[in-house]
Design a protein around this ligand. Structure first.
Ligand SMILES: NC(=O)c1ccc[n+]([C@@H]2O[C@H](COP(=O)([O-])OP(=O)(O)OC[C@H]3O[C@@H](n4cnc5c(N)ncnc54)[C@H](O)[C@@H]3O)[C@@H](O)[C@H]2O)c1
Length: 336
């Protein structure tokens, strides 16, 4: 069976998913693409030979030939589109985060449950080969009992302030990947969160009501301490590393580089900068996650990143933000 998917949102990430679905993932086809900016959808459709283009995603939901949707539009549209897609009986892949608001997330998850469709959330980093190896080392006790997990996650540069304003803020937009990574790697859940954060990169981000530099310390239920180190700007490029430390050793991952060359001179030994941003660094994981979604639907396998997996990092993000604003440790149970 060929799974006919409609892509909703033809921006940065919509293009990635549309291209993977149209050209790399077997057993699927992109039957339609929607974007409120019709020209964006038309450009992608022309390049990937997608037969149907619309500015109104509801046209995709009404199309009986489409069995699933990939929601790649702006975050503030996700929960509403999930509800409507579920009611239309479509299986759903949705980009992170589901929503900024827990009530709306719960309404969306209830609609999915009621319709009996599958929902996968776009936490692509779980499908990255480096992090999968760290998970394996922790789960198999290769490094003994996990004591400390450090997650370093720094972007090469901030997005436009217009994006920051609708992003939900650094904790729900950027750190959310790291909250999910913390759950995925530890196999456990956070109990308490403490955040120290500020504006170091661009005052305009502060004027928009957000921060651009954050450090989050979390106590996990399994006893591990987890730290997340975020910056919106690392001058040397995308910095994505983790180190797990346990009673019997440690495991660390490096950044990915465009080449493995080392240049040695009389002054220094150096190498080129890491792959610059998520489109290059996480290419393999985007393909793997959407492939897993297609397989889950067509072969009726369990979904690897569930709606609940989408909800919990939002709770963690809200707790981290509250901790920053109130300058105190916050228990996850305070958020709900
Ligand atoms: N998993 C990841 O690594 C990752 C990376 C980037 C973005 N994202 C997430 O993906 C989503 C989109 O981010 P982006 O960077 O692609 O943003 P973007 O601004 O580049 O693209 C969003 C697109 O959605 C369109 N859109 C907005 N409302 C719409 C609607 N009602 N119907 C149809 N189209 C609509 C916009 O016109 C735009 O083209 C966000 O939720 C973001 O958090 C995830």
């Amino acid at each position: 069976m060929t799974l006919n998917i409609g892509v909703i949102g033809a921006g940065r990430i919509g293009k990635v998913h549309a291209e993977n679905l149209a050209t790399r993932v077997p057993g699927t086809a992109v039957g339609a693409i929607a974007d409120v900016v019709l020209g964006s959808a038309q450009e992608v459709a022309a390049r990937l030979h997608i037969p149907k283009v619309t500015a109104d995603y509801r046209e995709i939901l009404r199309d009986p030939a489409i069995q699933a949707v990939a929601i790649c539009s702006a975050t503030d549209t996700h929960s509403q589109i999930i509800i409507e897609a579920a009611q239309a009986g479509k299986h759903i892949f949705c980009e992170k985060p589901i929503d900024f608001n827990l009530d709306r997330i719960d309404q969306a998850l209830a609609a999915v449950e009621k319709a009996g469709v599958k929902l996968q959330i776009g936490f692509n980093r779980r499908f990255d080969a480096n992090y999968a190896r760290v998970r394996q080392a922790i789960a198999s006790h290769e490094i003994g009992e996990l004591h400390i997990l450090h997650i370093i996650s720094r972007d090469p540069g901030p997005p436009p302030v217009s994006y920051i304003k609708v992003s939900g803020g650094i904790f729900l937009d950027m750190s959310i990947h790291d909250f999910d990574m913390a759950r995925f790697l530890t196999g456990s859940d956070a109990v308490e969160v403490y955040t120290v954060a500020g504006v170091k990169v661009d005052p305009a981000i502060g004027e928009a009501g957000d921060v651009d530099t954050a450090f989050v310390v979390m106590q996990f239920a399994n006893g591990a301490t987890v730290t997340i180190d975020n910056s919106r700007k690392a001058v040397y490029g995308y910095d994505q590393r983790v180190e797990a430390f346990g009673s019997a050793g440690a495991i660390a991952t490096d950044n990915l580089y465009p080449n493995a060359a080392i240049i040695s001179t009389a002054e220094s030994i150096r190498r080129d900068l890491p792959l610059n941003f998520f489109m290059d660094r996480y290419t393999q994981s985007y393909e793997a996650e959407i492939r897993a979604f297609v397989e889950a639907v067509t072969q009726n396998k369990p979904i690897p990143v569930s709606g609940q997996d989408g909800r919990v990092p939002v709770v963690m993000g809200l707790a981290a933000r509250k901790s920053h604003l109130e300058k105190r440790p916050v228990k996850l149970s305070e958020i709900g």
